[in-house]
Design a protein around this ligand. Structure first.
Ligand code: B12
Length: 211
């Protein structure tokens, strides 16, 4: 890992918002690729935070500050991930499912998809199946992207799909799911499509849209 990427990762681990912004900008000024800054800097840092959290070395307040630093870095990086074709290829509604407040990964996926030409409607976090159904009726999207980071909330994805079926909307949209506890197997079980990260999500969306 280059020193610059290490600096970015450290700024996330330490929850230093200004440093996160500055180090991402510095890496961009140095000509680093947006994708590398994201994967080897920001995401690498957040992954380390995850390890420290699991080991009990840091607690929720620190993780929240790291999440803020991650968002600050992502804001700087956003325009560089969104270069390229702006022709709209489809519309996607995104939501973090009921009971779940994690949104960093979902925002990243939404950001990359926006960059790939999708119109994104982000419903936010803790979104009930009913709200998702309402949004499908209101926006008529091609894709629904659902995110869950807790083993206890991933069931809400299944509930949402069941509600969509009850409303006769399931056949009208493609469903993509993701998040740490989610797998391809689970996606198949509930009638959705899975992708493990943000760039794979764009490929999956294009595949589903047959772009
Ligand atoms: C940041 C974080 C938080 C922050 C969230 C801030 C925010 N705005 O998002 C805060 C502090 C709020 C938090 C709270 C909690 N958290 Co937390 N959190 C994390 C942490 C450290 C990082 C998650 C993250 O942002 N990763 C970085 C992003 C880039 O990765 P990602 O989210 O996985 O997203 C990628 C893919 O999954 C995928 N993806 C994600 N969504 C989607 C959607 C689609 C459609 C697709 C295609 C792909 C896709 O693409 C993304 C980009 O590549 C994880 C640890 C971990 N290893 O994941 C724990 C973790 C998820 N949290 C955990 C827990 C337990 C909690 C709490 C219950 C803690 C508590 N005691 O209160 C609460 C629950 C709150 C709630 N109701 O949701 C556990 C979950 C365990 C489990 N198996 O259920 C984890 C795994 C930590 C651990 N090892 O114990 N957390």
């Amino acid at each position: 890992m280059s020193v610059l990427f290490e600096q970015i990762a450290d700024s996330i681990i330490d929850g230093m918002i200004e440093e996160a912004r500055d180090s991402v900008q510095k890496a961009l000024d140095d000509g680093c690729e947006g994708k590398d800054i994201l994967n080897e800097g920001l995401i690498a840092g957040m992954n380390e935070v995850g390890v420290l959290f699991k080991e009990g070395e840091v607690f929720v307040p620190e993780v929240l500050i790291s999440a803020k630093a991650m968002n600050a870095g992502m804001e700087v990086l956003k325009p560089y991930l969104q270069e390229g074709d702006v022709k709209k290829v489809g519309k996607a509604v995104f939501a973090t499912v009921k009971g779940d407040l994690h949104d960093i990964g979902k925002k990243l996926v939404a950001l990359m998809m926006e960059g790939a030409g999708y119109e994104i409607i982000d419903l936010g976090v803790d979104v009930s199946p009913e709200k998702i159904v309402e949004a499908v009726k209101q926006y008529n999207p091609d894709i629904i992207g659902m995110s869950a980071m807790l083993t206890t909330t991933m069931v809400a994805m299944k509930e949402t799909i069941e509600t969509l079926k009850e409303e006769g909307l399931y056949e009208k949209v493609k469903i993509m799911i993701g998040g740490a506890p989610v797998s391809d197997k689970y996606a198949k079980q509930i009638g959705a499509n899975y992708s493990s990260d943000a760039s794979a999500a764009v490929d999956l969306a294009n595949q589903l849209m047959a772009v």
